[in-house]
Structure formats: C-alpha cells, structure tokens
Design a protein around this ligand. Structure first.
Ligand SMILES: Cc1cc2nc3c(=O)[nH]c(=O)nc-3n(C[C@H](O)[C@H](O)[C@H](O)COP(=O)(O)OP(=O)(O)OC[C@H]3O[C@@H](n4cnc5c(N)ncnc54)[C@H](O)[C@@H]3O)c2cc1C
Length: 268
C-alpha cells in the first residue's frame, strides 16, 4: 500500500524532561465492572504534560504494601533512590485526562486481580500516596489521517477513550476491543464517526481474527494496537500481512504479557 509523505501525516516523537511527582488520591469512581477511575492530585501537576493518547506514566507504589513510599529522583545517571531504600513497584498507566490548573490527573485501572498495581487500586483510599514518573516521551499520531484503527483489550480502553475524545469530526475511527466481562463495555465520547466492535475474550487470536474480518476504508490510515503481548503480535501480523499496511502506519504495543509482571514492549 502506498503512503503519502504529507507533513500533516508525519508521526512526531516528543521528549519530555523526566519528573517524578508525589500525588495523593483525591477521588475514586467505578467506571466498569472491573474498572476504577482514580483521580490523583498534587501541586506538581501544574506542569504535567502528556502529548499523546499512546503515552504512559510510571505509577510508583511502596515496595511492599504498608511500607513508606520512597521515590527515586532523576539524576545524571537516571532515576536514583536514597542509599538503602527499596525500589518502589513500578507499572505503566495511561494518563486518561489531566487538568494543570486544577492540578489533577485521572488514571483508569483495570482490576485483573493479580498484581501489585491492580491490588493497590482495588484497596485504594482517598489520601493514599503514589509516585508518578514521566511521561518521558510521546509518540504523536496526527489526527489528519482519513481513518484511524484502534485495537486493544481492557488495558487499552483508557488510551482508546482518550483518542476518541481527541479526534476531530472529520475523522473516521474503527475500534475493536476485547473484553472478558461485558460489564467493561462502555459508550465512548467522540466527535468522529466511530464504528465500534466488541470482541469476547477467547483464543489468543480472537482480536486478530476480528481485525482480519474488517474492511478497511480507502485513503490514508493509521492503526494503533495495545494489549496482551501474544494477542497484539497476532494483530500486527494481520495488519501488515493481510491488510498490507505499511509498517510506518502501525503502532503495536504489548501492554502486558501473560505470566510476566510489569511487561511493556513496542512490537512495531
Ligand atoms: C503504555 C501502557 C499503558 C497502560 N495503560 C493502562 C491503563 O491505563 N489501565 C490499565 O488498567 N492498564 C494499563 N496498562 C497495563 C498495565 O500496566 C498492566 O496490566 C500491568 O501489568 C498491571 O500491573 P499489576 O501490578 O497489576 O500486574 P503485574 O504485577 O504486572 O502482573 C501480575 C500478573 O498479572 C498478569 N496481568 C497483568 N495485567 C493483566 C490484565 N490486564 N489482565 C489479566 N492479567 C494481567 C500478568 O501477566 C502477571 O501474571 C498499560 C500498559 C502499558 C505498557
């Protein structure tokens, strides 16, 4: 498939100065059967920047539940902890929305039950403290593409919801999301024209099969996918192999990997 070199369709990589912020839980809201939206507050959010829906920030939690939260700080050799301090548990999360003036940031947690971050979110209380590192950089996909394909499992719902809110009314979005629990399906706000497909969790290639069954629109498009490593690798194969998308028009990321803690990998 030919790709145009129009400047309005060039993906931009933006670097940000790394900051580690200490934030406090201000509010907790259930937004799905297995989803909590947690609002964090802190004066240091006055200059928080997240330039893309694809961004992640590092949530930092006490190394062991109940221990004091000791945060690393950026130094000449990267993040450094005070001598003798135990490294906090760190997991990647999408900045769902933020307000610099109000100094608040929302993150939506999928409660999958079996991990430091999921367990922390499930028992979080107003007033609890966390650390937040980054985002360090942003992969900014122009909104000017003729069509946008957004694919993922529950962990990608916050990024997909944010992207759909950001797209203009001229955009066309195809969305394919896999959920294990129908209670995590929701309506999305968007000015774009959105075609939404929900997929029931099944075999590893359930998402890939759903993507293979799509008829992609004509024109210049960009495909984004985030979710479980093997599932997203299969999706990427379909996008590049079957649909013939140019690799530069695909961004596929492993947001987690079955059996492995804190996994994040760009698959292409
Ligand atoms: C760029 C990026 C953005 C992300 N944004 C979000 C977000 O906004 N909201 C969100 O909820 N998640 C998001 N994730 C996914 C999240 O970081 C992982 O699910 C992470 O593993 C959760 O940490 P944990 O401590 O709960 O589990 P871990 O300690 O990392 O893992 C423990 C066990 O649970 C399994 N596991 C991890 N995640 C899941 C899952 N979703 N379902 C079933 N089993 C799982 C692991 O395979 C492992 O066996 C994002 C990931 C990346 C890389």
């Amino acid at each position: 498939m030919n790709t145009s070199t129009s400047p309005s369709l060039v993906v931009e990589r933006v670097r940000h100065t790394l900051q580690v912020r200490r934030l406090t839980v201000q509010a907790i809201e259930r937004v799905g059967a297995n989803f909590l939206r947690i609002r964090f507050a802190g004066d240091s959010l006055h200059d928080f920047v997240s330039a893309s829906f694809d961004d992640h920030a590092k949530l930092m939690l006490p190394a062991q539940p109940g221990q004091p939260l000791v945060l690393p700080q950026p130094g000449p050799d990267g993040l450094a902890l005070p001598p003798g301090a135990e490294k906090p548990a760190m997991r990647d999360y999408t900045p769902r929305q933020y307000d610099n003036a109000a100094r608040v940031l929302d993150i939506e947690f999928m409660l999958h039950g079996d991990g430091a971050a999921s367990r922390w979110a499930e028992s979080a209380q107003v007033g609890d403290e966390v650390g937040l590192g980054g985002p360090r950089g942003s992969f900014v996909v122009p909104t000017a593409f003729d069509w946008h394909l957004l694919v993922g499992d529950e962990t990608a719902i916050p990024a997909i919801a944010r992207r759909l809110e950001e797209l203009p009314e001229t955009a066309q979005a195809l969305v394919v999301i896999e959920t294990a629990d129908a209670g995590d399906r929701r309506a999305f706000d968007s000015r774009a024209s959105v075609q939404l497909h929900w997929v029931e969790t099944g075999a590893t290639d359930a998402l890939a099969r759903a993507v293979a069954a799509l008829t992609l629109p004509a024109g210049e498009g960009f495909a984004w996918a985030g979710g479980e490593a093997a599932s997203i690798a299969a999706v990427r194969q379909v996008l590049v192999g079957q649909h013939g998308l140019d690799k530069s028009r695909v961004r596929a990321s492993a947001y987690w990997k079955r059996g492995s803690a804190g996994h994040h990998e760009t698959l292409g």
